[in-house]
Design a protein around this ligand. Structure first.
Ligand SMILES: Cc1ncc(COP(=O)(O)O)c(C=O)c1O
Length: 416
């Protein structure tokens, strides 16, 4: 049996034993496409188009403004938040959906600084520092800088693994990514949380690249705030609204820097003075983005009955298999994995760095993969990213992608 045939056979055996294999039919994926970009834009769940058509034609088209109450549009942010909560290890009533992750980073960081300062007794040194994971997704860093200027603080960038020791008496807030967006490295925000709390600060977790990909334990691990996207592993659709988690004990103290009218205790009183709502609603700002939110709410149905431990086990098996098959198909020395081998340090994506002369051609390698029906993405300098979404990625997909990568590398090298 040839090496490629052995790979295909192994993939078929793994697919036959996959307890999540049946979930794939819940998604509208085209035959012949290997979709490995669910860490950027999740695939379309099959039931979403009909639900959206109903929302547009009946709820908006016929019920018109009555839908705010009759279709319960008004409560969609909290209702959808409660559907995401189990995927975050959060009890109900702590998650609200709305705005973008960027905006929620801003709300939570400023609120975190405010809480930490309130907790600091008079006479103690001022808390004037925001710690940010040094390899953070850019938006988090930019917003932390602005939050720091607004609150009279400075940002200090520290590697995520050192955040616990880095936190000290000046730390007001810390922002840590659960999974690094570029390398796919899994961080330990629980350890960072212990360190930041010990120092008297508050912590925000960015779970954009972990929610829906692996178990997240916000309640059990003591996160103060968390933010995340819904258009990646939660399949909410392009630009779907993000979520904000505020730990229950902190909700009465959540002092939002964006106190919009929909987070007012009595929005329709149209009062001139602001009085915050109780609970998760305090994280709202303005009118919810109903079309995207209801598409997301429908998309979340694919999680019914899904065990996150099974998702994690399949994600690790898929990424292990892909890494092995890349070694079998891609000529020696062309790519190295930025994604750690160790399961404890691996999220649900594989990032391959092109080496030597191939680095400058990495974007062409990704284009050649797209021509072969394998969709991953490219990040400078020379990084090929492949997201593995256990609900719809098969081991057969991983084998096809690795084989196509070998072909793409040879094709690009042949054009030189
Ligand atoms: C880790 C991380 N944080 C924040 C963001 C920003 O999200 P948004 O563009 O929805 O504000 C992203 C987007 O990809 C991300 O990956």
């Amino acid at each position: 049996m040839s090496e490629p045939e052995a790979g295909q056979l192994e993939a078929a055996v793994l697919d036959a034993a996959d307890e999540l294999a049946a979930c794939r039919k819940l998604f509208a994926l085209e035959e012949g496409t290997v979709y490995l970009d669910g860490n950027s834009l999740g695939a379309l769940p099959r039931s979403v188009p009909d639900r959206l058509a109903d929302v547009v034609e009946r709820e908006w088209g016929r019920l018109l403004i009555r839908s705010w109450s009759e279709s319960d549009w008004w409560n969609a942010p909290e209702r959808t938040g409660d559907r995401i909560a189990p995927l975050l290890g959060a009890a109900p009533g702590q998650v609200v959906v709305g705005d973008s992750t960027s905006v929620n980073v801003f709300k939570s960081l400023v609120a975190a600084v405010r809480v930490a300062r309130e907790d600091t007794p008079a006479g103690q040194p001022a808390r004037t520092e925001i710690l940010v994971d040094a390899a953070t997704f850019p938006t988090d860093g930019y917003i932390a800088e602005s939050a720091a200027r607004m609150t009279g603080s400075q940002v200090r960038a520290v590697p995520a693994a050192q955040m616990a020791e880095a936190a000290g008496p000046a730390t007001a807030a810390a922002l840590v990514n659960h999974v690094d967006y570029r390398t796919g490295e899994l961080h330990d925000p629980a350890a960072a949380t212990v360190g930041v709390h010990r120092a008297g600060g508050r912590i925000v977790w960015d779970v954009c690249h972990s929610v829906g990909a692996l178990p997240v334990e916000l309640d059990a691990q003591g996160a103060d705030f968390a933010v995340g996207c819904t258009y990646k592993y939660l399949n909410g659709g392009p630009g779907a609204p993000a979520f904000l988690y505020v730990r229950r004990e902190l909700q009465p103290r959540f002092d939002s820097p964006l106190p919009g009218w929909t987070s007012h205790r009595d929005p329709f009183a149209m009062a001139s003075g602001y009085e915050p709502a109780e609970g998760a609603s305090r994280g709202r700002v303005g009118t919810p983005d109903i079309l995207s939110m209801l598409a997301l709410e429908e998309a979340l149905r694919v999680w019914e009955g899904v065990d996150m431990a099974a998702v994690r086990a399949k994600s690790l098996a898929l990424t292990d298999f892909f890494l092995t098959r890349v070694r079998a198909h891609v000529p020696e020395g062309r790519v190295t994995s930025l994604t750690p081998e160790s399961h404890e340090l691996r999220g649900s994506q594989v990032s391959l760095l092109c080496e030597g002369e191939l680095r400058a051609d990495a974007e062409r390698v990704m284009a050649a993969l797209h021509e072969r029906g394998v969709l991953g993405d490219f990040r400078r300098p020379g990084v090929l990213r492949f997201g593995f979404t256990p609900l719809y990625t098969s081991f057969g997909d991983a084998e096809r992608a690795a084989a196509a990568l070998g072909e793409a590398v040879r094709a690009v090298e042949g054009e030189r």
